[in-house]
Write a protein that binds this ligand. Structure first.
Ligand code: NOJ
Length: 552
């Protein structure tokens, strides 16, 4: 039985290849994570989400799974995993695994069988379809660029569907064999002691009629979410899948990745009556301010700022509409986006911004989800080569930027501020070579080392790390878990909210700007936590990026 309720969860997301290398090959691994459990415990989290750890050709860093029952050899063994779970549990920490259910790797034995034999019993486990007018079945676009269709090597007028890379064929969830197998895999990992799953890209497991084109005047493939995201059938598959898991483990924790879900869908996916997801992650919080983007260059290589007024509106909507339904996830960064400080903080204000943003986000109603290294105020780093992005869309960006006169450095810097890959670099532990992540050059590396590390921050009482520790202690208080949430109507330079319970109240005031701000706090003058801010009578004075948490 889990001792952690949904509302009490504080998640720490680990990108295993970049957390800690224990066997000196430059790649983080499971034993490395086990070595650092005490650090995570002291931080104040209670749930660890691991990005995929299964056998994979690593076309998409583990999201292309070739064998769901084995650990990728670079990350360790099943015995290492069992040890990690046992030691985590002994510390009161729980482990949730990324569960990749929309697609497999092309190297998965099912797909290999389906690809090489038209009569294979596994052919219908994937989405093969006849072409149209000498081309693919329709004009739908893949999230990784180009068409969702790839030609079938056995038949030039036949194609298979891939929403992500062509090496990641989508599964056909209408085929019972697929649903049975996915359940079997999940049970296998439950037997190995996992406490829950993060369901990867689950909103895509149902697709519309392949004969329907997207309406467009362009001759290029078009992103067509209306045909492959959040279709009604998704809920049916999901409910069937999760309800069976809950029969085996009633308190299993399910975090659904619902990147494009709006609040209405979030309500649907987390409605308690369905016993489906406990919570979902949407990407919609982070409205983009594209005012500095060059319109004739691909956006993938250009950083975008946060559109603060829209961000506030979105947060408010998710906070209020999920009351009485479920708990929203609270996060700033993950492996699919640039680190938040790179999008937000001016060069000299990292530390203050890191603390202010954490205060703003995590004391709201919901489940904090902290991306490894965020507690140190890590930024995205500049990757040394275009190849390091592992993304053809970045090559396209670079070619177009070069034609406009950009230098190689400008291209690398811009792409590193904008691209997810620059947010997946090694965790810095200390001052030794490779910052204590490894003793050899890491698999992914920036020549510009992080300016900070855990050892440095441990000994600095004012560091982001020590601030996060205090903040997460506060978050475990009943008021910040169950209290009502009210967002004050302020200028976009401020983010101010109250958490209210029967006999307690807290006021959280955050300055999103570099300008001094002040805000009335009435008789809530006792400081629970803060930085760059002080109480003067019944007012709070906030210096640049200040934040403060008050009670009566
Ligand atoms: C969502 C994951 O977060 C992302 O990293 C991955 O590329 C896609 N799903 C495909 O699995």
């Amino acid at each position: 039985m889990s001792t952690i309720s949904v509302a009490d969860r504080i998640i720490y997301q680990i990108y295993p290849k970049s957390f800690k290398d224990s066997d000196h090959d430059g790649i983080g691994d499971l034993k490395g994570i086990t070595q650092k459990l005490a650090y995570l415990k002291e931080l104040g989290i209670n749930t660890i989400w691991l990005n995929p750890i299964y056998v994979s050709p690593q076309i998409d860093n583990g999201y292309d799974v070739a064998d769901y029952y084995q650990i990728d050899e670079k990350l360790g063994t099943l015995a290492d995993f069992d040890e990690l779970v046992a030691k985590a549990h002994a510390l009161g920490l729980e482990i949730i695994l990324d569960f990749v259910l929309n697609h497999t790797s092309e190297k998965h034995p099912w797909f290999q069988a389906a690809l090489h034999d038209k009569e294979s019993e596994f052919r219908n486990c994937y989405l093969f379809h006849k072409g149209k007018d000498g081309g693919p079945p329709n004009n739908w676009g893949s999230f990784f660029g180009g068409s969702v269709w790839q030609q079938d090597p056995l038949d030039a007028d036949n194609y298979y569907f891939h929403l992500f890379a062509k090496e990641m064929p989508d599964l056909n969830w209408a085929e019972p064999k697929v649903r049975v197998e996915m359940l079997k895999i999940a049970k296998f990992w439950l037997d190995h002691g996992v406490d829950g799953f993060r369901l990867d890209a689950f909103i895509h497991i149902a697709k519309a009629d392949f004969e329907q084109d997207m309406l467009t005047s362009s001759d290029k493939p078009q992103i067509a979410e209306m045909f492959y995201a959040n279709l009604p059938q998704v809920r049916t598959y999901l409910q069937e899948f999760i309800s069976q898991l809950r029969q085996l483990k009633p308190d299993i924790f399910i975090l659904g990745e619902a990147a494009s879900a709006d609040i209405d869908l979030a309500v649907d996916y987390t409605t308690p009556a369905d016993k489906s997801c406990d919570t979902v992650v949407t990407f919609r919080y982070f409205a983009e301010d594209k005012s500095q983007v060059e319109p004739d260059l691909p956006q993938i290589g250009q950083p975008v700022k946060l559109d603060i007024p829209s961000f506030k509106y979105n947060m408010l909507e998710w906070q209020k509409r999920l009351e009485g339904v479920s708990y929203p996830t609270l996060y700033w960064s993950n492996h699919d986006m640039p680190r938040i400080l790179s999008r937000f903080a001016p060069p000299k204000e990292h530390s203050a911004c890191a603390k202010m943003l954490a205060t703003l986000m995590y004391l709201q109603r919901g489940i904090p989800c902290i991306y490894y290294g965020e507690e140190l105020g890590l930024m995205s780093q500049t990757l040394p080569t275009l190849k390091a992005f592992e993304d053809p869309q970045i090559i396209d960006f670079a070619n177009k930027a070069r034609a406009k006169g950009w230098s190689e450095n400008e291209i690398l810097e811009s792409a590193s501020q904008a691209h997810k890959m620059a947010a997946r670099l090694p965790m810095p532990f200390d001052e030794t070579a490779y910052q204590g992540f490894s003793t050899v050059e890491p698999w992914k590396y920036s020549k510009v080392l992080q300016k900070t590390n855990i050892a440095k921050q441990e000994s600095d009482q004012k560091s982001p790390l020590n601030y996060y520790r205090q903040l997460l202690r506060l978050k475990h208080q009943e008021l910040f878990i169950k209290g009502r949430f009210i967002l004050e109507n302020t200028s976009s330079k401020l983010y101010v909210y109250r958490r209210i319970s029967k006999n307690k109240q807290a006021l959280v005031i955050c300055n999103l700007s570099a300008d001094e701000q002040s805000y009335p706090c009435g008789d809530l003058t006792k400081v629970l936590l803060g930085q760059n801010a002080k109480v003067l009578g019944q007012k709070v004075q906030l210096a640049s990026y200040g934040a403060i948490v008050l009670e009566r």
